[in-house]
Design a protein around this ligand. Structure first.
Ligand code: PFF
Length: 444
């Protein structure tokens, strides 16, 4: 196996920030706000938080231990930990999911590049909210621009992948993540203090359980898995580069907290601003591309230089946050082809990039294909991935391995081993199955 020359992340902080770099991305700043908007606001957020902390973290720890113990890509991990069984299909499902998500995710990542150019050329200034809506529509309906940005974004991802992931990711994550965090805090404060922000804040804080349907549960669970990069072996691939002293429980907890904070703060940027300019919260995927330029324009109306700086910085950071996530998805598929089919890393990366460009073009040109990919991956493939991962660790995998990994050979005192395995054995499989059955109508 590729055990011998496997790299490891250099420091504890590097491990946390690289994993957080995978988790934090468009899922937090683009997808979470519009899913919250489509699913009624605060009640959705509460269910989402439950999914993150009750289901998400134990499944994350499960992915971590599968990756670290096997030292292999996600499909190889099941082959090593469960030789001669059908569990290998869980890894393969993960690789396919990563590939599909990467294809449509890169389309949105490409949109951020268009908005960097708009910000740099100062074309937000003087536009009305209606003009922001119209210019987003003109851009996304044009055929060549979104395709061009998609290709550029995938090439940037490719560039980092072929240079080796650890140094690039670890280093850039250490600079980018704190900067992104500070910027988001400042923007959230600006947005909350806009005139007319009140209804937006209420939308985020006042749950209306009358709007909760089984669909809301599935959306919240899908969003939680998507946002934490769970259910497709991404974090297990990263964990195959963890050192043996990494505390898996603590790392998962840190990643979960960072990811949740950024998503909730993104909500506090978008909704107060959207309500203050009368933009509907259920505008869908275009939401951040319409409301954010408005925030910059309104929040800094007397200070054009600040408005300019903030908008440029924000879209640059958004693109970089997306990049650390696309790298992690690309890595899942590249590591799989490299290790399982004995391709060189460079060749494997080329195959992945080329195939994603082709699929991505379909997603960029057809909103139906884009929506289909989003639905099938987040609402079917990731929950099934999460279900199988919890069953694998909860029921199949040797308890000694699980305990050893979670407690680092008995050296960690408070590892929550018992609670984690209880969730993986009973709570997660039952909850995920019920939510899937309810929404997908298997029993109807
Ligand atoms: N978690 C990323 C985000 O929130 O943007 C998206 C993602 C990355 C999903 C990696 C799945 C994955 F394996």
């Amino acid at each position: 196996m590729a055990k011998t020359n496997r790299a490891t992340f250099g420091s504890k902080l590097g491990v946390i920030l690289a994993s957080a770099g995978s988790a934090v991305g468009l899922g937090n700043i683009w997808r979470f706000p519009y899913k919250t908007g489509n699913n009624g606001g605060a009640a959705f957020i509460l269910i989402y938080l439950g999914c993150i902390f009750i289901l998400g973290l134990p499944i994350m720890i499960s992915e971590f231990l599968i990756g670290r113990h096997s030292h292999a890509n996600t499909a190889g991990a099941y082959r090593i930990l469960a030789p001669g069984t059908q569990w290998k299909w869980v890894g393969r499902l993960g690789v396919l999911t990563g590939f599909l998500i990467l294809s449509y995710y890169s389309v949105v990542a490409g949109w951020t590049l268009e908005y960097i150019i708009e910000a740099v050329t100062n074309s937000f200034s003087g536009k009305t909210p209606e003009e922001f809506v119209a210019s987003f529509e003109t851009f996304s309906n044009s055929s060549w621009r979104p395709v061009m940005w998609l290709i550029l974004f995938l090439l940037a991802t490719h560039f980092v992948i072929v240079r080796g992931v650890e140094k690039g990711i670890e280093k850039s994550a250490k600079i980018m993540m704190p900067t992104l965090f500070i910027l988001i805090v400042i923007l959230a404060i600006c947005s909350i203090s806009l005139p007319g922000a009140g209804p937006g804040i209420e939308f985020l804080l006042k749950p209306d359980f009358g709007k909760v349907t089984s669909g809301v549960f599935l959306s919240a669970m899908g969003q939680a898995f998507f946002s934490l990069s769970l259910g497709m072996g991404c974090l297990s691939t990263y964990a195959s580069y963890f050192g043996k002293n990494t505390n898996l429980t603590r790392t998962a907890f840190s990643v979960g907290i960072i990811d949740t904070l950024i998503a909730v703060m993104a909500g506090f940027i978008i909704f107060p601003a959207a309500f203050s300019v009368n933009i509907q919260p259920d505008a869908g995927p275009s939401l951040i591309f319409i409301t954010l330029p408005n925030v910059f324009r309104k929040a800094f109306s007397g200070l054009p230089v600040l408005a300019y700086l903030f908008s440029v910085l924000f879209y640059v950071l958004l693109a970089l946050a997306a990049l650390t996530s696309t790298i992690s998805m690309h890595e899942v598929v590249t590591a799989y082809l490299h290790e399982e089919y004995k391709m060189t890393r460079g060749r494997a990366a080329k195959v992945v990039t080329a195939a994603c460009i082709i699929l991505g073009i379909f997603c960029a040109l057809s909103s139906q294909i884009f929506d289909l990919f989003d639905y099938v991956t987040a609402k079917i493939m990731l929950p099934f991935g999460g279900l199988f991962i919890s069953l694998f660790t909860g029921w199949y995998l040797d308890k000694k391995i699980v305990k050893d990994e979670i407690t680092n050979g008995g050296t960690i005192k408070y590892s929550f081993y018992k609670s984690i395995t209880f969730v993986l054995k009973y709570i997660a499989p039952i909850a995920i199955t019920l939510i899937l059955i309810n929404e997908l109508g298997f029993l109807k």
